[in-house]
Unconditional design. Structure first.
Length: 332
C-alpha cells in the first residue's frame, strides 16, 4: 500500500514574512507532514484591479482593501523561494508551491520542483493546463467547484500535452472556507477515482480534522490541509486553518488509520493468533467416559480451550467409540 502523501498547506499564511514562512515549515516538520506548500503568483498576472474578494476573505481582511492589494502583500519573490527551498532541504521536508500563472509555472520549473499542484480555480484555464501538462512532471489536480465533465476536460488536456495519467493525482475539494459539512460530499472523491481509474485524494477546507481522516479510510492517498501558527492572525486563510497541535493530531491519526487499513486479506493477525486457543472451544467430555462408550450428546460438550478437536467436527465425533477413558472436562 502506498503511504498517504500529506501536504501541509501553508499557502499565504506567512503574511508576506519569510520568518513566519520558516516557522510554518518548522511546524510542518514537527507534525510529520511529507510536504509543505506555499503559493507562487505575480499579482498583476493573477487578478485584475477591480476583482472582488470572496465572502470569507471580506470577513477575515480589511473590507476596504481590494483583492489586488490583499494579494500583492502576500507575493513571494524568487529569492524568497530559493531561501525557503533551501530551508526545506535543511529540514528534510519537500517544498511545494502552487503556481497561479505562466510566469510562476516557469519560475517553479526552473527551481526544480518535482510536483506541480493545480489549484481548483485553474481547472478551466486551458493555456495554464497546457503549460503544466507539457512539463511531464507529477501533477496534483484540485477539483473544487468542478463537475465531472470539467475534470475530464482538464485531464484530457494534461495527457494530450505530455503528462502521463500515472503521474496525475486528482483531489476532491470544496473551495468554501470553511466548508460546511453538508457540502463536503466525500463520496464524490471515490466517483472521481472510479470514473477515471486514477489515483485520488482530498483537499480539505472544513474546520476540523475528521473529514481528511475519513477520506484516508475511503482510499485517499493524498491529503492537503491548510495550517497556520494562529487562527486569529490577520489574513484571508488563517481562520479556516489548523493550528500546530491540530495539524500534528490529524497526521498522527492518519498514520494510525493507514496502519489499520491493512492488506485486505482476512486471516488471523500475528497479535491475535495466541488468543485462538483461549477464545475458541473444543469437544470435551461432559461426564466421565469409559473406553468403548459411544460418544453422544449425553457425554460430550463444547467448551474452552480451543486446542482440541474443533466443534466444527461435531458430527464426525457423535456416534464414534471412545478409544480411552476420559474424565469430565478432558479434551476428546
Amino acid at each position: 500500500m502506498k503511504k498517504v502523501f500529506i501536504i501541509a498547506e501553508a499557502g499565504v499564511n506567512h503574511n508576506g514574512s519569510i520568518d513566519l514562512a520558516k516557522q510554518l515549515i518548522d511546524v510542518a516538520v514537527e507534525a510529520g507532514a511529507d510536504a509543505v506548500k506555499f503559493q507562487t503568483f505575480k499579482t498583476e498576472n493573477l487578478v485584475s484591479k477591480n476583482a472582488q474578494k470572496a465572502d470569507y476573505q471580506k470577513e477575515t481582511t480589511d473590507q476596504e482593501e481590494s483583492q489586488f492589494d490583499m494579494i500583492k502583500k502576500l507575493e513571494l519573490d524568487i529569492d524568497t523561494h530559493k531561501e525557503l527551498i533551501s530551508y526545506c532541504e535543511q529540514k528534510k521536508i519537500m517544498f511545494l508551491s502552487t503556481p497561479f500563472d505562466h510566469d510562476s509555472i516557469e519560475l517553479l520549473n526552473n527551481l526544480g520542483l518535482e510536483i506541480f499542484k493545480i489549484p481548483s480555480g485553474e481547472i478551466t484555464n486551458l493555456p495554464y493546463l497546457r503549460d503544466i501538462g507539457k512539463l511531464n512532471k507529477k501533477v496534483i489536480l484540485s477539483t473544487g467547484m468542478a463537475d465531472i465533465g470539467e475534470i475530464e476536460d482538464a485531464l484530457d488536456v494534461l495527457v494530450a500535452t505530455g503528462t502521463t495519467k500515472d503521474n496525475i493525482t486528482v483531489l476532491h475539494a470544496n473551495t468554501e472556507y470553511p466548508t460546511p459539512m453538508q457540502d463536503v460530499n466525500l463520496k464524490a472523491m471515490m466517483t472521481i477515482g472510479n470514473t477515471f481509474d486514477i489515483t485520488y485524494g482530498y483537499s480539505d477546507h472544513t474546520l476540523g480534522i475528521e473529514v481528511p481522516i475519513a477520506a484516508v479510510a475511503m482510499g485517499a492517498i493524498c491529503i492537503e490541509k491548510h495550517f497556520t501558527l494562529d487562527k486569529t492572525m490577520e489574513g484571508p486563510d488563517h481562520k479556516a486553518s489548523l493550528e500546530p497541535d491540530e495539524l500534528k493530531e490529524m497526521i498522527k491519526t492518519i498514520r494510525n488509520i493507514e496502519l489499520a487499513l491493512g492488506s485486505s486479506i482476512k486471516k488471523p493477525s500475528q497479535s491475535e493468533s495466541k488468543n485462538i486457543v483461549i477464545a475458541r472451544k473444543s469437544i470435551v467430555a461432559s461426564t466421565d467416559i469409559q473406553k468403548g462408550d459411544i460418544l453422544s450428546e449425553k457425554n460430550i460438550v463444547v467448551k474452552r480451550p480451543g486446542n482440541g478437536i474443533s466443534p466444527m467436527r461435531w458430527d464426525e465425533v457423535i456416534g464414534s467409540i471412545a478409544q480411552k477413558n476420559y474424565q469430565k472436562d478432558e479434551l476428546i
